[in-house]
Ligand binder design. Structure first.
Ligand code: AHM
Ligand code: MG
Length: 350
């Protein structure tokens, strides 16, 4: 059906979306949403690649709602994605790591789609040229959540914000699409629409994402653990024992595990999907809810990992079942190969 070595038969993301829409007309809205997301990812990739040359490294001088210093690239990537999504006319609300409140897209406030994203995850790495990524998730809401035009016209900004919030705070199990784009030695866009995971790689010569990883399946076991081990003195005992055992070859497999940790969730999850193993950002004595954000980091990544046959949990609850209370809620997370995640959970229970 496609042959990526033949330039006339390459399966690009654009072609993939067209073919999916032809098979299933319900996918039509996704076609333009994915068009805007892939365009934004290409622009962010360019910004990241050229950052060292164009004075885009360093801080923007602002602090975001999480109290983190915003990098120039955080701010720019947020604008690129937000604007690109607004222009589709398909996305009614966007919520971002870099925005305090969910944002109503005036041009399309009646659209049923809500897009959540972290525009440049791992941006603290960018000044050193280390991998970063964009994470996104798309919710489709019930008809009755939409605001009729006459009503919206009479609403104050706070009422609109409140309505956006109701539309945004959904559990990951309501996601209809999710994915990430990794900016690294290659630029990869991996996406799910709820029927498996498809992986695309940017061909820089033609400027198109090409299907390189059809129907991604995570290995049922790996031999890599990926946690910020510097935090291990503050972890709960079960996790300390788990990591201690697998690195000594005293876990269920009897094999010695090795450690890999980039400190960029997209890179760490991408490797875990391809090679297998376990990645996590657990709670610790200081950070009871871990570090990663539920709505736009943990939930989209968990949907993708589950769609590839993996598991994602807090240690006791499925991440996709968690109901966010606020846009920027955090959650502990452990994800990866199902057998590795199950083994780790046993240690946490004991
Ligand atoms: P960010 O959204 O502010 O970039 O932070 C999220 C990142 C993740 O990509 C990564 O998994 C984690 O923070 C690393 O944190 P730490 O440096 O504490 O290990
Ligand atoms: Mg982030």
């Amino acid at each position: 059906r496609f042959d990526n070595s033949d330039p006339s038969r390459v399966m690009t993301l654009t072609r993939f979306m067209l073919e999916e829409t032809r098979k299933n007309p319900d996918m039509q809205d996704f076609e333009s949403l994915m068009g805007s997301i892939q365009l934004a990812c290409k622009s962010i990739n360019n910004l990241v690649m050229k950052a060292g040359m164009t004075n885009l490294l360093g801080l923007a001088g602002e602090v975001n709602i999480q109290g983190e210093d915003q990098k120039k690239l955080d701010v720019l990537s947020n604008d690129v994605l937000k604007n690109s999504l607004s222009y589709t006319g398909r996305c009614g609300v966007v919520a971002s790591e870099e925005e305090e409140h969910p944002w109503l897209v005036e041009e399309a406030f009646q659209s049923k789609f809500v897009t959540v994203f972290d525009p440049l995850d791992g941006s603290s790495n960018v000044d050193a040229g280390i991998a970063t990524g964009t994470i996104f998730g798309v919710f489709a809401e019930e008809e009755e959540c939409l605001i009729p035009e006459e009503e919206a016209n009479g609403m104050t900004i706070n009422q609109i914000r409140e309505r956006c919030l109701i539309r945004t705070l959904q559990p990951g199990s309501n996601l209809v699409a999710a994915g990430y784009c990794l900016y690294s030695s290659s630029c990869h866009l991996f996406v799910t629409f709820g029927n498996g995971v498809q992986g695309f790689t940017l061909d820089p010569e033609v400027g198109e994402f090409v299907l390189t990883h059809p129907d991604v399946k995570i290995p049922s076991r790996g031999k890599i653990y990926s946690f910020n081990e510097g935090n291990s003195p503050d972890w709960e005992e079960g996790l300390q024992k788990y990591v201690d055992d697998v690195k000594k070859g005293q876990g269920e497999t009897g094999k010695k595990y090795t450690s890999r940790y980039i400190g960029s969730m997209v890179g760490d999850v991408h490797r875990t999907l391809l090679y297998g193993g376990i990645f996590g950002y657990p709670s610790d004595a200081k950070n009871k809810k871990g570090k990663l954000r539920l709505l736009y980091e943990a939930a989209p990544m968990s949907f993708l990992v589950e769609q590839a046959g993996g598991k994602s949990t807090t240690g006791s609850e499925r991440i996709l079942d968690l109901q966010p209370q606020t846009v920027h809620d955090r959650t502990p997370i452990i994800l990866g190969s199902p057998e590795d995640v199950n083994e780790c959970c046993k240690y946490l229970k004991e």
